[in-house]
Design a protein around this ligand. Sequence first.
Ligand code: RB5
Length: 153
Amino acid sequence: MRIAFAADHGGSELRDELIQRLADTGHELIDLGGDGSDPADDYPDVALRLAEAIRGGEADRGILICGSGIGASVAANKVRGVRAAVAHDTYSAHQGVEHDALNVLCLGGRVIGVELAVECARAFVGASFSGAERHARRVAKVLAIEARELGPS
Ligand code: RB5
């Protein structure tokens, strides 16, 4: 699986740490920037870069980090095909994929510690959509809302 990483200045340290720590997963890790060198960067720009990689098929999943994870998730969810959420616990990080087809995990670099963030990221990348009828039905309803709001893809 190809996993894209991006962060604004509020998430750059955690992004660096996660890229290093997830190198042993066997997944292809794609660095979309956010080294913290620009303290005036804006999370919507970062989120758009990562969301477009998901939308365009260059990445299968993303891990997107800002100060709280909130702004990044709000912005990323504006892009068709992106299902982004903040998950600062391991249950939500894997259950979001299994039930809701979450494809972008958002984290708050000012909120969560490194070790828990690594565990959440591992839970996220290790999870697969369940395929259960009830989960597929609910995701299809989400996609119907997306199509209604954004037009057919
Ligand atoms: C940046 O200072 C901060 O506002 C941003 O990283 C994020 O927390 C927004 O949700």
